[in-house]
Every structure is written in structure tokens, then in C-alpha cells.
Design a protein around this ligand. Structure first.
Ligand code: KE4
Length: 419
């Protein structure tokens, strides 16, 4: 007899903090007493352990551009699996995945593969600090770059949902070097650069914010960050863990025509398996061990299964029709949801904010009616639609979401708002 959701949750809570391996999965901010436990996925659909099926707009938080159990990805991983799972030595697939990334992402001449976005962000920060011989960082409220000590202050994902602006366990000396500014506020960045620019190693930004809900860059914002970095000698670091390969094949840097010095990648780059990366100009990346003196390492970095999955996905993204189709589906969903709140979208990532005003930064985002969003989330579950279990996340459109599933989602949302 398979365990029910309640049995699983009881057992999980005795063994794993909160019964989950990542806080947002607890689904507490949307008023569930116990999280959904998922058992399988196929295309745009996901099935929980009680046999309920949902149209999945979370898609594991962004990696699955071709949906769950994509046959091409499964075939690639199965073929790799038959030859073993990890060697701790260079493999051809790592080189092939690196080649796909370099070909796709305009500013990346060299890349280092790692296992998570957090690891990529942590490594990029270390490299930026080494390259500039400076310590200070600028990040933005509502941006989340993984649970890196130096970057947790006012993170947008997880912490934002939990209402914790920063977290215990981060040494005060570490937090002191991180300056947190309002997203899209050029004047604030200019002032901070004027005051701290000499000791500034990097400005980190989600070029399209996804971790406070989707907040596009205001006109001129990314350009201003580029100019301010050039003026003070800091590096511009784009965290494209969400936007990479999603808002364009070359990410936000291609879509907006801005060249960062370092780029952080994750999610789609691993095709649903644990892989992430950071990259940039060769002269910067060559500072990394074993060529350079900046240490960075990882037992499972470039793992053969994850690289097989990543290659199987990235190679298909060379077809421009992929992004035409993602744009069409995203626009269809956006138009359908528009009557029900503030919908903000860039390409295949969007958020329905439960409020009536435009959201341009963290302070705007937190004015959303999170209780109403929680009620919408629960209503949708009953209608077989699975939204992000937090107002401050994205809906991730994929090539697996067909028009019928988009329209069914719109109808279910409309029912909630009484249309
Ligand atoms: P991971 O360490 O979770 O692979 O990546 C961290 C990260 C870095 N940068 C951005 C822009 C990110 O969005 C993330 C992780 N995203 C969250 C959801 N927004 C992952 C979900 C979770 O924390 O469980």
C-alpha cells in the first residue's frame, strides 16, 4: 500500500527539517498544512502521490523547457547511464556542454561547470573579488542568487516568502560587504558606486528578476549598471540561472544587448539534472585553478548524466522556432490572465501579481495580496492546476504546455475571480 501524502509528510518531518529539502516546497505561504508530494511528471502534467494530476506551471522552478520526462532528454541520459554515472575525470560530454554554452551566451568565452546555481554564484563572487582585489558587492532587494552567505541579505526566493530579510548564521563581517539596493533604482546604484565604488568587486543582478515574481529591468537600468561598473572598475555579474536559455537562447544579455563580465547559469543548462555553470571572458576565467590561483572545485561538476541532459536540451535551442513558440505561448497565457491582476512577463517567464499596480521592485512586490494569492493557489489545485506555492516566484512556460492547457488554466483562474 503506497504511503499517502499525510503518512509521507509525518515520516519526512521526523527525518528532514520541515519535511522538505528546500523551504519553498513546504507550501506554507499558500496555506497548505502539508505539502504536495509528487510522484511523476509527463510533459506539462505532474502527478502527486494521491494520484491527482495537475497542469504544472512550476516545472521544478524552471529547468524543464521541454516539460517533464522529455523523451529526448530521457534517451540521452539513459544512454549515458549505461556507461556509468561519474568518473571524477574529464569527459567528452563536459566539453560538448561547455561548447553549447559558449556558442549560445554572447559574453561567455570560457565556462566552469558546477552542480547548483548557489555554487555557481558563490564561485563567481570569489572570482570577481580575486580579479578586482576588492571585497564589496552590490545586490538588489528581491533578487536571489542561492544561499551564499554573502548574498542572502533580502533574498527574494524562499527567504522572502518566509519574511526573513536575512538569516542567522551569516557572519556580520560577510554581510557588511554586501550593499543591498532597490531593483531598477539607477540613482541608488549611482550613489552607492559614488560612496563604495573604489572597494566594489561586483554588481550582481538578476537581469530580469524572477525571485520576487517577474520584474523586468526598467529602460536603461541594465545599461546604467554596465556604465557604472566600467566607471569604478567593478565587474557586472548577470545571474541568468532563470533567464538563461529562457528569455532568449543567449539569455537576458542577448535579449537586452548588455555584456556582463561574468554570467551565472543553472536550471535549463542541466536539463533537469544537477548542473550549473559560470562563465565569462577567457582572461577572467583563466584565473581559476588549475591555470590560475583562484581555487574552485567539485566532485560531481560536469557529471556525465547531467551533461548528457544539458546537451540534449541546449542543442535543440539552436532552432529559432523554439523561442517563437515560447513567446507565442507566453503571450497567450499573459493575455488570458491580464484581467485578473498585474501580469508581468518576459518571454517564457511570467507572474500574476494579486494587485493592481505595476511591480518595479521588492517594495512594490510585497504590496501584493498574498492571502488572495494563497486562496487562488488552493482553488487552482482543486481545478488541477499547480501554480508556484508562493506569490514571489514565476510561472515557467514550456514547449510542453499546449494551448488547451493554457486555456484551461486561464478558465480556472477566471472562475476564482468570478468571471
Ligand atoms: P540553486 O542553488 O537552487 O540551484 O540556484 C540558486 C538560484 C540562483 N539564482 C537564481 C536567479 C535562482 O532563481 C536560484 C534558485 N531559484 C529558486 C526558485 N526561484 C529555486 C527553488 C528553491 O529554492 O527550492
Amino acid at each position: 500500500m503506497a504511503l499517502t501524502r499525510s503518512d509521507l509528510y509525518d515520516r519526512a518531518q521526523r527525518l528532514i527539517p520541515g519535511g522538505v529539502n528546500s523551504p519553498v516546497r513546504a507550501m506554507r505561504s499558500v496555506g497548505l498544512d502539508e505539502p504536495l508530494f509528487m510522484r511523476s511528471g509527463a510533459g506539462a502534467l505532474i502527478e502527486d502521490v494521491n494520484g491527482n494530476r495537475y497542469i504544472d506551471w512550476v516545472l521544478s522552478w524552471g529547468p524543464l523547457l521541454f516539460g517533464h520526462a522529455d523523451p529526448t532528454t530521457l534517451a540521452a541520459v539513459t544512454e549515458a547511464l549505461a556507461r556509468g554515472t561519474t568518473f571524477g575525470a574529464p569527459t567528452e560530454a563536459e566539453v560538448d556542454l561547455a561548447a553549447e554554452i559558449v556558442d549560445a551566451v554572447p559574453s561567455v568565452e570560457m565556462v566552469r561547470l558546477v552542480s547548483s546555481g548557489t555554487e555557481a554564484a558563490m564561485s563567481a563572487v570569489r572570482l570577481a573579488r580575486a580579479a578586482t582585489r576588492r571585497d564589496r558587492l552590490i545586490k538588489f532587494a528581491g533578487n536571489y542568487h542561492g544561499h551564499v552567505d554573502a548574498l542572502l541579505a533580502s533574498a527574494g526566493s524562499g527567504l522572502m516568502t518566509l519574511g526573513i530579510p536575512s538569516t542567522p548564521g551569516v557572519p556580520s563581517g560577510v554581510a557588511r560587504d554586501t550593499i543591498v539596493l532597490p531593483f531598477n533604482d539607477i540613482a541608488a546604484v549611482s550613489a552607492a558606486v559614488a560612496e563604495f565604488g573604489e572597494g566594489l568587486a561586483a554588481i550582481l543582478v538578476e537581469p530580469v528578476a524572477g525571485n520576487m515574481g517577474v520584474v523586468p529591468p526598467a529602460p536603461g537600468f541594465l545599461e546604467a549598471l554596465r556604465l557604472l561598473c566600467d566607471a569604478c572598475g567593478a565587474l557586472l555579474v548577470f545571474d541568468e540561472v532563470i533567464t538563461g536559455f529562457r528569455v532568449a537562447r543567449g539569455g537576458a544579455q542577448e535579449r537586452y544587448g548588455i555584456t556582463p563580465d561574468l554570467t551565472i547559469l543553472g536550471k535549463i543548462v542541466g536539463g533537469g539534472l544537477p548542473a550549473a555553470a559560470f562563465g565569462g571572458r577567457a582572461e577572467l576565467m583563466q584565473r581559476l585553478a588549475p591555470v590560475g590561483d583562484v581555487y574552485q572545485a567539485g566532485t560531481l561538476s560536469g557529471n556525465p548524466l547531467a551533461t548528457a541532459a544539458g546537451i540534449s536540451v541546449l542543442r535543440r535551442l539552436r532552432d529559432p522556432a523554439v523561442y517563437e513558440e515560447l513567446e507565442r505561448r507566453g503571450a497567450r497565457l499573459e493575455a488570458g490572465l491580464a484581467p485578473f491582476g498585474t501580469v508581468q512577463r518576459v518571454g517564457a517567464m511570467l507572474t500574476l501579481f494579486c494587485q493592481g499596480d505595476a511591480v518595479s521592485d521588492y517594495d512594490d512586490a510585497v504590496r501584493s495580496d498574498t492571502e488572495r494569492y494563497a486562496a487562488l493557489f488552493r482553488h487552482l489545485l482543486d481545478r488541477g492546476v499547480y501554480f508556484a506555492p508562493s506569490q514571489f516566484e514565476c510561472m515557467f512556460v514550456s514547449l510542453a504546455h499546449d494551448d488547451e492547457e493554457i486555456d484551461r488554466t486561464i478558465e480556472a483562474v477566471g472562475d476564482f475571480f468570478g468571471n
